[in-house]
Write a protein that binds this ligand. Structure first.
Ligand SMILES: *Cc1c(COP(=O)(O)O)cnc(C)c1O
Length: 245
């Protein structure tokens, strides 16, 4: 086993342990939380090592980069590929045809383009709806920090639910960067309440997935009900930042 696989494997297992401990602390089933290993901006060798180290779900932020890796690592057919970054409408086809779950659906135009490309290939794309619960204008996701305005979200959500080739599974959020993990807790609680709000309004839809928590705050996210945590640097180490997608 290479040094890289070994060190990624140790960190992967340690994150899994902490997820399990956080779940138990709050009376949750550790098996109800899935770990997405975020490999954006990491070379394909690192992604390969992560798979060898046991990663079962990989998270990518940039469609082209993700698709290149998917094609390169095609032999690992049991691995799931999740798109977790903002998707520009012109990249919809790449996402519709290559990913197993989209965490970051954030607009009607993107939804209808994804639906059309899925229709053409007879695919159903499972997706989460991304909400911005932190009042940062720069963040993507439907604005949802003001709970009194949640009823205004209902129109867009119903417009997405009628799209026959998208299958909504739940919600996703990325809270503002804080000083500590505890800072994220109120945002996680807010998206959890929004999940309950939407589930009540759309009882036919399964909103059970909650994607939240990164390297800095995934344990708090699990305590607050995350079913998917997205952990990058704590497992695969620092990345070279990239701003273009
Ligand atoms: C990069 C990224 C992550 C992982 O962040 P780390 O700090 O490396 O764990 C999670 N979610 C999203 C949406 C990201 O862009």
């Amino acid at each position: 086993m290479s040094e890289l696989v070994k060190s990624i494997g140790e960190r992967y297992l340690s994150v899994l342990d902490k997820i399990a401990a956080a779940a138990k602390r709050t009376g949750r089933d550790p098996g109800a939380v899935r770990l997405v290993v975020v490999t954006k901006s990491q070379p394909v060798e690192v992604v390969h090592a992560a798979i060898e180290a046991g990663a079962q779900i990989l998270g990518e932020n940039y469609p082209e980069e993700g698709v290149t890796k998917i094609q390169f690592l095609r032999e690992f057919s049991a691995v799931e590929w999740h798109m977790i970054g903002h998707v520009q409408s012109r990249k919809a086809q790449l996402v519709a045809q290559n990913f197993n779950l989209l965490h970051s659906l954030d607009g009607l135009k993107l939804a209808s383009r994804l639906n059309r490309f899925c229709e053409e290939t007879g695919r159903i794309l499972p997706t989460l709806l991304e909400f911005n619960v932190g009042e940062e204008q720069s963040k993507s996701g439907w604005p949802a920090w003001d709970e009194t305005r949640w009823p205004e979200l209902v129109n867009d959500v119903s417009a997405i639910l009628v799209l026959s080739h998208l299958q909504v599974r739940g919600l996703m959020t990325m809270p503002p960067l804080g000083e500590s993990a505890e800072y994220s807790r109120t945002f996680f609680q807010k998206i959890k309440r929004l999940q309950v709000f939407l589930a009540e309004r759309f009882p036919q839809t399964d909103f059970s997935e909650l994607s939240m928590g990164t390297s800095t705050d995934y344990e708090v996210a699990v305590e607050e009900g995350a079913t998917l945590v997205r952990v990058g640097t704590a497992i695969v180490g620092p990345r070279n930042y990239k701003t273009e997608d």
